[in-house]
Design a protein around this ligand. Structure first.
Ligand code: ADP
Length: 160
């Protein structure tokens, strides 16, 4: 059973994250999408809200479960007996950071491999910050997030 975790902030989950998970389930037996409880970022949605949105997004994928974690990603991976950490790579701009993280995580836990997956080209410019910024000004983000996420953003930002 090859189990991997896909850690992130997911504030909120976007179609880019979802694209990565669909690729991961083709390769592995179990994918655990896991929400960082204490990210070094300012957060819009609570951990519970982010977990709920992820669960709704992957309800049709039997290989996917959703949870959250505190502390080091590698410790969470070890606790779950995962063999790898999935991350998404959109552009060169992601590379430096993801490369550093992968090498640091390998140093901390040599038995856990980081796997970088590229999304469809149409999602390479997409991130949660852009989605939140567009939603703040009531922009149409229907191409970037699933409908249930759009609904939550509409409520948060009082779309008419
Ligand atoms: P983090 O704060 O851990 O970077 P994010 O939710 O921003 O959390 O991203 C989680 C992972 O998903 C990261 O590896 C990021 O590069 C990747 N990711 C984010 N947006 C996309 C996208 N549009 N396409 C592919 N991967 C993405």
């Amino acid at each position: 059973m090859a189990k991997v975790i896909y850690p992130g902030t997911f504030d909120p989950v976007t179609n880019g994250h979802i694209d990565i998970v669909y690729r991961a389930v083709e390769l592995f037996d179990e994918v655990i999408v896991t929400v960082a409880r204490n990210p070094s970022k300012t957060i819009l949605f609570s951990v519970d809200e982010r977990v709920e949105m992820l669960k709704e997004s992957f309800k049709d994928l039997k290989k996917v479960t959703v949870d959250s974690f505190d502390g080091l990603v590698v410790d969470h991976a070890r606790n779950l007996n995962a063999i790898g950490i999935i991350r998404g790579l959109r552009a060169i701009s992601d590379f430096e950071y993801e490369f550093q993280m992968a090498l640091m995580n390998r140093k901390l836990a040599g038995e856990i491999t980081t796997i970088l997956l590229m999304p469809h080209a149409k999602y390479t410019y997409l991130n949660s910050t852009i989605v939140r910024n567009l939603a703040q000004f009531h922009g149409d983000i229907s191409e970037f997030v699933p409908p249930h996420v759009f609904e939550r953003l509409k409520k948060k930002f009082g779309y008419k």
